[in-house]
Design a protein around this ligand. Structure first.
Ligand code: PEP
Ligand code: MG
Length: 549
């Protein structure tokens, strides 16, 4: 038996085999070859496959994101025909008797270096393209499989850390729990675990060893403890706790169908945060009153190319229909910072959390925004869809967004596409600037939703992903709470409603505080709906002490 400790970020006890998340090694084999003709043929075949892949990407990008985005893939195809590039690789194979993978990799590195050293900034930027195409060809040659979990049975997924794009692609039916060596409580892996209602532990450090692969373990997402191959006593203790949690859940299940009403008769909307249409099952099981935040990024992170308008339409329509007339707030693309999709070809940034992300990408790449908005308005005919925009800092952004929305509505009307008469537009309040401008912003939109994860990060200047910063990432900090109160006051003054969709919304220690502020809606992970309902039903707002902030 072995015990390791980390930080519990999603409650619950899970038991099962440990399975490590696999990534292609990225190692490039290097050896001397004899049959150079066969190796040359391998290289040329790989180039053809790469060109086919690029052709398909070009066509998709052209249809979805316009000529500019598509041109990139055409340029990559042309580079694969560049005589200097090809002859350099052929030379390494024929003359230096190097294997094809190493020849492509070496030439790619050499050409990229050459471009990077040029004076012309356009030519410098080609270095990234060269790296990109040589990585593609090397990937085809090594045939390294896709990333993921290699398990046919449900397992506890272990990893050093998981990127959002990796988490969204996991087969959820195989995940009993998560344990990572690094990570932070506010990372998207932790959020995903809470959405799915499965236990998760982060920060287990070096104690998490590759030799643990396949071993039976029990994790406790509340205490952060993991027991590998537990003895009988430990096993019994933890499984007893699991049974107790189950019993508590059954007790909470009795609240299904009951209102989220305080003792003095005030109703609060309790909605759910979801990351994909598949999460609707959990929303319905837990009696969520609506969707307060649908993180639409999953559509963009799970594939290797822009999701088409039709693909998005289907996803949004499914969610709207399954929620049967209850409000579904879909947040437009919030990519950038920690949520990266390679095909966006975003430049590397020193401070990505303050860089080109979320609404800034949408306002910079109108074709991407247009595709999503068209899909959203089309889906609005099938339920009560509201659209929410992330990372707002200025009034002009909202005015520009509204102008784009009006144009898209007009365009769809002209095409005879059915839409809902009214589609509410809201913004996330997740930057200090949005709070300070909330009086003006409230006059522009139908609702606010406070993103406490980012609002805490930007208010306290603490990276929400930062390892070892959890102590400083204090979402209960008076600065954060005062911000929420200010946004609430300004929302109500303008006659609009305000919710909280960041992780803080589910924090039982603050439910009274939020009710005192007059927060109208709390959007939480599906598993937190019934505990929150229980808390709301126990509060009498007439007896709450005045807020001391
Ligand atoms: C937030 O910032 O609080 C939020 C809800 O958005 P995300 O966690 O997706 O950035
Ligand atoms: Mg956010």
């Amino acid at each position: 038996m072995e015990q390791i400790f980390g930080k519990g970020v999603s409650k619950g006890v899970a038991a099962g085999p440990i399975s490590f998340y696999r990534r292609p090694s990225g190692e490039i084999p290097r050896r001397s070859v004899t049959d150079t003709a066969a190796k040359l043929a391998r290289f040329h075949d790989a180039c053809e496959t790469a060109k086919e892949q690029l052709g398909a990407l070009h066509d998709k990008a052209l249809a979805e994101a316009g000529e500019d985005a598509a041109m990139l893939f055409e340029a990559h195809q042309m580079m694969l025909d560049d005589l200097d590039f090809v002859e350099s690789i052929e030379g390494l194979i024929e003359n230096d008797r190097l294997n094809a993978e190493a020849a492509v990799s070496d030439t790619g590195a050499q050409f990229a270096e050459m471009f990077a050293a040029m004076d012309d900034s356009y030519m410098q930027a080609r270095a990234a393209d060269i790296r990109d195409i040589s990585t593609r060809v090397v990937g085809i040659l090594t045939g390294e499989g896709e990333s993921g979990i290699v398990s046919d049975v449900p397992c506890i997924v272990a990893a050093d850390d998981l990127a959002p794009s990796e988490t969204v692609q996991l087969d959820k039916s195989l995940i009993l729990g998560f344990i990572t060596a690094g990570g932070s409580a506010n990372s998207h892996t932790a959020i995903l675990a809470r959405t799915m209602g499965i236990p998760a532990i982060i920060g287990a450090g070096d104690a998490l060893q590759a030799e643990m692969e396949g071993k039976y373990a029990i994790i406790d997402g509340q205490t952060g403890e993991t027991v590998i191959e537990p003895d009988d006593a430990e096993r019994e203790r933890l499984l007893k706790k699991q049974a107790k949690e189950k019993a508590l859940k059954e007790l909470l299940d009795q609240l299904k169908g009951k209102p989220n009403e305080t003792r003095d008769g005030r109703n609060v909307m309790v909605y759910c945060n979801i990351g994909s249409p598949a999460d609707i099952d959990a929303v319905l099981q837990n009696d969520g009153g609506g969707i307060g935040l649908f993180r639409s990024e999953f559509l963009y992170l799970q594939g290797s190319d822009y999701p088409t308008e039709d693909e998005q339409f289907e996803a949004y329509k499914t969610v709207a229909e399954r929620m049967g007339g209850r409000r579904v707030i879909i947040r437009t693309l919030d990519i950038g910072a920690d949520k990266q999709a390679d095909y966006f070809h975003l430049d590397k940034e020193e401070n990505p959390a303050m860089g080109l992300r979320a609404i800034r990408i949408c306002l910079t790449r109108p074709e991407v925004f247009r595709t999503q908005l068209r899909a959203l308005y089309r889906a609005s005919a099938y339920g009560k869809i509201a659209i929410m925009f992330p990372m707002i800092t200025s009034v002009w952004e909202v005015q520009e967004i509204k102008r784009i929305c009006r144009n898209i509505r007009a365009e769809l009307t002209e095409e005879g596409v059915p839409m809902a008469d009214k589609v509410e537009l809201g913004i996330m309040i997740e930057t200090p600037a949005a709070v300070m401008m909330s009086a003006e912003l409230a006059r522009e939109v139908d609702f606010f939703s406070v993103g406490t994860n980012d609002l805490t990060q930007y208010t306290l200047a603490v990276d929400r992903q930062g390892v070892g910063l959890d102590r400083f990432f204090d979402a209960h900090h008076p600065a954060v709470l005062r911000m929420i109160r200010m946004a609430a006051e300004n929302a109500h003054r303008a006659g609009i409603w305000i919710g909280i969709c960041g992780e803080l919304g589910a924090d039982a220690e603050l439910t009274e505080t939020f009710l005192s502020m007059g927060i109208d809606e709390l959007s939480v992970s599906p598993s937190a709906v019934l505990p929150l309902r229980s808390a709301i039903r126990s509060i009498d707002t007439t007896t709450l002490a005045p807020l001391e902030l």
